[in-house]
Ligand binder design. Structure first.
Ligand code: BGC
Length: 759
């Protein structure tokens, strides 16, 4: 092969595969260092850089680490996923993705290590700020758009952390014990949606074990589900240090171990090849995928590319404006910027913002807005400031509180910035409670005692409990972590430059004790059991009719919206069944704003347990005052179906489904019941199947009934029949005089299977 031409930025995968030595192949399955892949110079195989992610670039030019200890080059810090998810804005996520892609190009980064689509099983997870939602549809839709945006710029993404990485406690070893239906319906679909819609160039496996097997070494996850079921075409990379035994990971389908393991991984592969537990063909598969990734990323890696930091900051501000969620407002907001009495801005976080979370996703921003400066610049009103608390302190500081109270007393309105100190939530550990520091709550009470117009602005990466103090706030703006332009965006929202349009992507619970995983988190003895099963987030609260502080999907605006003219129409059958949902949304207020229409489905006739309702679609609509827009969505069989443990696949049952359309999971504005034609589902039979199940079989059932003759009467008996039908047929055959023989059952079961085709 001729010498590599760097300007060509391409690779002939087949030619390279043909010429690699075994040793070179082994080397390509591991990274070269912390962030770079391995080169094979003689064949023109270059080394490329991958780097964090997800809401900005963390490229370390000097010392390297994967927990955010060392500096990285300046990059735009967009709102982390907790914020971005609250926008429910697919188009915005795509544009943020494009900007991230361009920043990667400018830094010659081949793959951005994100987004993370793990479910928020509990608000205590230290990394919830990096994840989108408690709902897989919402997380998957948004993350797919982000991935499409990044990859449209020729830069790869890494969908992480696959799978069931929902806590930080013992994250590198804990075994998540969870049933397949819960995995398929809750913990996997966001990954599946991104894979099937956007084909991320890489998927990053998680650290934890799933039902006892390390995700990095699990052939079921990495090959069966990811590739065979979903059609993933890219490369699987390990989370940093997630591999236990490299050869097992190769066999399971893990293509690239990161970072370099200092030779341990290579030795493991060599030994396994020699011993015959791994074949060359298996190694070739992962090597080829590494080369294919290079082939994809090389064209974009031209030196000398730049990005427009000003435009990206403006995009970060737009994203931040849409990320904040107005939870409550008695009318105090928006504040009039051009007239009115003094404003007191209270809280250290107004001056020193908390705008992102800690750990591997920590970005060095290109610039940083603070709300205090922006609030001052945005008004002609007199503004006073008092820090009120020391962010990292639990103890109230009497002098700071006294100063804040004086500022509040002299003001017409108080804007009080509260939130979680950085040390409360981070990659690597989980929170212990849902509360704000007591010192901050005490400050709110003190301020409220002298001024009853207190607007609370929160900064936190995951839900905090608000029940104990919410009544003190005339308005409550949930700011999440808003990225580097969050300060200016907050001022835009408070002054009504734009109407708030964020909606909760996670429920705000009343108490920690009410949350779905309470008592089953973080597990012990190396195991965490997902006892709540399908019921996470609103699925839990809504099914149990439990109170919440603010429901999933909730968010106020400065304008109002009306939903009208719902029409719901089912067509097709089985896997081709679909339901068309159409309605009109009208902005009935006097300001421009955006409504997020949410569609939930509630199966009425399910034969298996289903949550009370599930989000099956949404649409964000921007409307000028008085304007209306049509919204239409098509729900597929998959949207309405469930994962059948019996058939080991997604199925759609026939029956009535209530379609609920509204502005949160608890604010249903319109509903309609539709009859859906599902599949002909025939339960496979075995001798152990209950007699009733046999009798219901469309082909074998009637024949069995004939054979039973008079004995059928006892199975049909109005009083005892139910009990009899619940007895496995094989046991009945052993009863004296029963007219069907045990030895005939296997043949009959086989015949039953053949008569209806594959399950
Ligand atoms: C994190 C990943 C991250 C990687 C590289 C790991 O500790 O879990 O999300 O991409 O480090 O920094």
């Amino acid at each position: 092969m001729s010498a590599p031409d760097p300007a060509a930025r391409s690779l002939d995968v087949d030619a390279v595969m043909a010429q690699l030595t075994l040793e070179e192949k082994v080397s390509l399955a591991s990274g070269a260092d912390f962030w770079r892949t391995q080169a094979v110079e003689r064949l023109g195989v270059p080394s490329v850089m991958v780097t964090d992610g997800p809401h900005g670039l963390r490229k370390q030019a000097g010392a390297s680490d994967h927990v955010g200890l060392h500096d990285s080059v300046p990059a735009t810090c967009f709102p982390p996923a907790a914020g971005l998810a609250s926008t429910w804005d697919v188009d915005l996520l795509r544009r943020v993705g494009v900007a991230l892609g361009d920043e990667c190009r400018a830094e010659e980064v081949a793959v951005l290590l994100g987004p993370g689509v793990n479910m928020k099983r509990t608000p205590l997870c230290g990394r919830d700020f990096e994840y989108f939602s408690e709902d897989p549809l919402l997380a998957g839709e948004l993350a797919a758009a982000l991935v499409q945006g990044v990859q449209s710029r020729g830069v790869g993404t890494s969908l992480k952390h696959f799978a069931a990485n929902n806590q930080e406690t013992e994250r590198m070893s804990v075994s998540v014990e969870v049933d397949e239906r819960t995995l398929r319906e809750i913990y996997l679909p966001a990954f599946e949606r991104v894979v099937t819609r956007a084909q991320p160039w890489t998927v990053m496996c998680s650290y934890n074990r799933v039902n006892g097997v390390y995700a990095s070494q699990d052939p079921w996850l990495l090959t069966r589900v990811l590739r065979a079921d979903w059609g993933f075409e890219g490369l699987v990379v390990s989370d940093w240090g997630a591999v236990d035994e490299r050869w097992r990971a190769v066999a399971a389908g893990l293509d690239l171990e990161m970072p370099s393991s200092g030779g341990t991984g290579e030795a493991s592969i060599r030994t396994a090849l020699e011993g015959g537990s791994l074949t060359q063909a298996q190694l070739d598969v992962v090597v080829r995928r590494n080369l294919e990734l290079l082939q994809r990323v090389l064209p974009a890696l031209a030196p000398g590319q730049t990005f427009d930091a000003g435009a990206h900051h403006a995009l970060a501000r737009e994203a931040a404006r849409q990320s904040a969620v107005l939870l409550a407002n008695d009318g105090v907001l928006p504040l009039e910027p051009a007239s009115g009495g003094r404003l007191a801005v209270v809280g250290e976080m107004a001056r020193s913002p908390r705008y992102q979370g800690a750990g591997s996703s920590q970005v060095s921003p290109t610039r940083l807005d603070d709300a205090l400066t922006a609030l001052r610049e945005g008004t002609s009103r007199d503004v006073v400031f008092a820090p009120g608390y020391v962010t990292e302190s639990e103890e109230a500081d009497d002098a700071l509180v006294a100063e804040a109270v004086e500022a509040a007393r002299s003001a017409e309105v108080v804007v009080l910035f509260l939130g979680l100190p950085a040390s409360y939530e981070s990659e690597g550990y989980d929170r212990e409670h849902l509360d704000l520091p007591a010192s901050q709550v005490a400050l709110l009470e003190a301020v409220r005692a002298v001024n009853d117009r207190v607007v609370v602005v929160l900064s936190n990466g995951a839900a905090v409990a608000v029940d104990a103090w919410q009544h003190h706030a005339a308005a409550l703006l949930e700011g999440w972590l808003l990225g580097q332009a969050g300060g200016a965006a907050t001022a835009d929202l408070l002054y009504g430059v734009v109407s708030p349009s964020g909606r909760l992507a996670e429920t705000v619970p009343v108490r920690l004790e009410d949350t779905p995983a309470f008592g089953a988190f973080p597990g012990d003895s190396g195991v965490v059991r997902y006892r709540e099963g399908l019921l996470i987030g609103y699925r839990w609260y809504d099914t149990r009719r439990a109170p919440v502080s603010f429901p999933f999907g909730h968010g106020l605006s400065y304008t109002t919206f009306e939903h009208s003219d719902l029409s719901v129409r089912a067509s097709g059958a089985g896997a081709d069944a679909s339901v068309e949902v159409a309605l009109t949304v009208t902005n009935t207020g006097s300001r421009a704003g955006a409504e997020v229409v949410q569609v939930y489905a509630a199966p009425q006739d399910a034969s298996v347990f289903r949550p009370e309702q599930e989000l099956v679609g949404f649409a964000r609509v921007e409307l000028e005052p008085g304007a209306s827009a049509p919204v239409s969505l098509v729900l597929s069989a998959r949207d309405l179906g469930h994962w059948s443990e019996v058939h080991r696949r997604w199925v759609l049952e026939s029956g009535r489904y209530e379609v609920r359309v509204g502005a949160s999971s608890r604010d249903v504005r319109q509903r309609a019941v539709v009859e859906v034609q599902g599949e002909e589902l025939v339960v496979p039979l075995s001798p152990q199947s209950e007699a009733g199940t046999w009798l219901e079989h469309p082909v074998v059932g009637p024949r069995l009934r004939e054979q039973l003759g008079d004995a059928a009467a006892m199975l049909d008996d109005p009083q005892h029949g139910q009990m009899m039908r619940a007895i496995p047929l094989v046991r009945l055959t052993r009863f004296p005089g029963f007219p069907v023989r045990e030895e005939d059952l296997p043949g009959m079961a086989e015949e039953a299977g053949a008569s209806v085709g594959p399950a």
